[in-house]
Design a protein around this ligand. Structure first.
Ligand code: SF4
Length: 330
């Protein structure tokens, strides 16, 4: 069964800082303050459409949930209570900042059936955190992650690539640091430059350049594979389409099927490695799991084309015995 979220956006409120890349309005497509009444209305509507309560969570996304005024935070959670008690949804997930987590707030979340806490870590490099005005340290990420796990929540960590002052090496180090914190889920977002942000201003003055799509796919495919090899589920790669991102978009590696591009790149690189040790044959039949054939082939056949440029003629076939990212050639 597929997991679903009923997303409720808590805009910018509660953020003590304005991160360099963030225009909350642009990201969430929502500027108004969410009220408990709106929570009730959204959930009432969602109940009617929801055939799978066991796999549907209420998700407070978009802001720094535990940094908003405490009374307001509790009033939003109170509004979810009747729906959780009646079993209409399986639980709640929230996203917040690493420096807005302590034992007290986690106890409150637990009492309202919050099960998953996602932290916007973005980078574990102190310089990158500072340059991008995150207002928290690497140690805050480590401390909050440990506390969330100790208290029995599912831990989600979000990281970004291509931030101001960032490099591929720093992103790979962030990936390793995140792996050592053993999160249940990860989201990876390549930085896109949005109107109304500090990075937007710097981009217009020529002081900041985002990654291009090719570089972002290259790096993010490596991150994705590293998390996969360490049994960590990446639940999102790249910003969602919709939510007005396209409207506020200035520059950067935004692509509506970014995740798929990265998965295809993993297949391309794995196959290239295999072919290095192959017998010089140029007509090659490649076997992958049948569900992965389109990723091996690549969007609009781009992997096939890249391999043809390398001098190979590829035929892709399915083999049920192979796992994800596993390739056999003959
Ligand atoms: S903490 Fe999150 S919501 Fe707040 S400004 Fe930074 S990125 Fe935006």
């Amino acid at each position: 069964m597929k997991h679903a979220n009923i997303s409720l956006f808590v805009p910018h409120m509660g953020c003590p800082h304005q991160c360099s890349f963030c225009n909350q309005k642009t990201i969430s497509g929502s500027v108004n303050t969410l009220t408990p009444k709106e929570v009730t209305e959204t959930l009432e509507k969602a109940v009617c459409d929801n055939n799978d309560p066991q796999n549907t969570e209420i998700a407070f996304f978009g802001g720094s949930f535990t940094a908003i005024p405490r009374e307001y935070m509790v009033s939003l959670l109170e509004a979810t209570k009747p729906f959780i008690e009646k079993g209409y949804f399986s639980g709640i997930r929230i996203s917040t900042r690493p420096d807005a987590i302590d034992s007290e707030v986690l106890e409150i979340l637990k009492s309202f059936n919050v099960r998953s806490v996602e932290l916007g870590a973005q980078s574990t490099d102190e310089e990158v955190l500072k340059l991008n005005r995150r207002g928290h340290t690497r140690q805050d990420i480590i401390k909050a992650s440990q506390l969330i796990k100790e208290k029995g929540f599912s831990l989600g960590l979000q990281m970004m690539t291509g931030l101001l002052g960032d490099t591929d090496e720093k992103s790979l180090k962030t990936c390793d640091d995140i792996i050592s914190l053993k999160p249940d889920t990860v989201r990876i977002y390549p930085t896109v430059v949005l109107e109304g942000t500090k990075l937007g201003e710097m981009y217009k003055k020529g002081e900041y350049a985002p990654q291009n799509l090719e570089d972002a796919v290259n790096l993010c495919s490596k991150l994705l594979k590293r998390f996969y090899d360490n049994n960590i589920k990446v639940i999102r790669l790249g910003l969602h389409s919709g939510g007005n991102v396209e409207e506020g978009f200035l520059s950067g590696p935004y692509h509506p099927a970014f995740g798929e591009l990265c998965e295809s790149r993993i297949y391309l690189e794995c196959l290239r490695n295999l072919l290095k040790g192959f017998n010089g044959q140029t007509d090659v039949t490649v076997f992958v799991n049948p569900r992965e054939i389109s990723k091996m082939t690549g969007q609009k056949g781009c992997n096939k084309k890249a391999l043809s440029d390398d001098g190979y003629r590829i035929t892709v076939k399915g083999d049920e015995n192979l796992n994800k990212y596993e390739i056999k050639i003959q």
